[in-house]
Design a protein around this ligand. Structure first.
Ligand SMILES: Nc1nc2c(ncn2[C@@H]2O[C@H](COP(=O)(O)OP(=O)(O)OP(=O)(O)O)[C@@H](O)[C@H]2O)c(=O)[nH]1
Ligand SMILES: [Mg+2]
Length: 305
């Protein structure tokens, strides 16, 4: 799939600024989307964390496949040897304590070192980083209990880094989302993403397509019909006909924009299926969690068995 405008100029500038932000903090909190923990990590960014202690948060777990999120937490802990938590910014009370505990534990040796050097104690400083739209600002707002940082359902809402003090011992630096400046084909071949487990007859979505489904790349950067079609096909296969069930498409009719539009009567005035409306609606349904049933959502990346 051709992704145009993959790497806007302002992102290049942000990447350069990242080194400066890293110099200001003790710990990195990398936020990813629980529905695709591999596609929403930026290997170039991770390479720059160097040996800063870091923690991975798989956010939006309310929209993800619960079983997969639990498996990803275990898997990433093992392969990355880091603290990993599956969280939901909209219900942070469940994770606030464990998360703060984890950050403080990580920062304890740094604090002890300061004390040894005769320096005054200061708050632990945490860089909150990750791809666009994964929920960095929402998490910071939820943790601080105040709406300090701007949030929104599209890429690039946070434009400037911003410090938010949680309390006298913890400060978080909200930063703009950064996507990698590499071509999609290169991303798909990157070793970090090679561990992605894909199964079934239907070809999995490419990294760029996955990022499009969760609005980590702007809407102008991809073709909605293509992404929507691939999303429908993969999810329908991986989740045993879930798209047939949710959109009430007859079992013997293959899943497609056409069949979903027909079933839902998303039609043009001429009576044919309104393909662009249907494609957009399918993406919106996925993004807004309308495929979550009984607390079980959909993940586009599954952990190796
Ligand atoms: N369902 C659900 N939605 C979430 C969660 N966290 C954030 N969101 C939504 O995701 C969208 C993006 O959230 P932001 O906090 O603006 O994301 P960001 O990572 O700061 O994005 P940029 O600043 O653009 O990089 C918003 O519409 C949020 O309401 C979550 O845990 N669950
Ligand atoms: Mg933000």
């Amino acid at each position: 799939m051709a992704i145009i405008q993959w790497y806007p100029g302002h992102i290049a500038k942000l990447e350069r600024e990242l080194d400066h932000w890293l110099g200001l903090v003790d710990v990195v909190l990398e936020v990813r989307d629980a529905r695709m923990p591999l596609a929403t990590t930026n290997p170039r960014l991770r390479a720059r964390y160097g040996n800063k202690p870091s923690v991975i948060l798989l956010n939006k777990s309310d929209l993800a496949d619960t079983k997969q999120t639990a498996a990803w937490v275990d898997h990433l802990k093992e392969v990355e040897n880091l603290g990993v938590l599956g969280v939901n910014a909209h219900a942070i009370h469940q994770w606030k304590k464990p998360l703060e505990g984890l950050l403080k534990r990580i920062a304890a040796p740094l604090q002890a070192k300061r004390k040894q050097q005769g320096l005054k104690p200061r708050p632990v400083r945490v860089l909150v980083a990750g791809m666009p739209n994964v929920g960095k600002s929402s998490l910071i707002n939820a943790l601080s209990g105040r709406h300090k940082a701007a949030t929104g359902h599209k890429a690039g809402v946070t434009r400037q880094p911003q410090w938010v003090r949680l309390h006298e011992t913890l400060e978080l630096l909200d930063t703009p989302g950064i996507i990698p400046p590499i071509l999609e084909t290169e991303m798909d071949n990157h070793e970090l993403w090679q561990t992605s487990f894909e199964q079934g007859k239907v070809q999995p979505l490419s990294i760029g397509e996955k990022l499009a489904t969760v609005s980590s790349v702007g809407d102008a950067a991809f073709d909605e019909a293509t992404v929507s079609t691939r999303l429908l096909s993969w999810v329908d296969e991986a989740y045993n006909g879930l798209m047939h069930t949710l959109y009430e498409v007859p079992e013997d009719v293959p899943i497609s924009i056409e069949s979903v539009g027909q079933a839902r009567r998303w039609l043009t005035s001429g009576g044919g299926v309104d393909e662009s409306r249907t494609a957009r609606q399918v993406l919106t349904d996925f993004r807004q969690g309308r495929w979550v049933k009984g607390g079980f959502g959909v993940s586009l990346e599954w952990v190796p068995e």
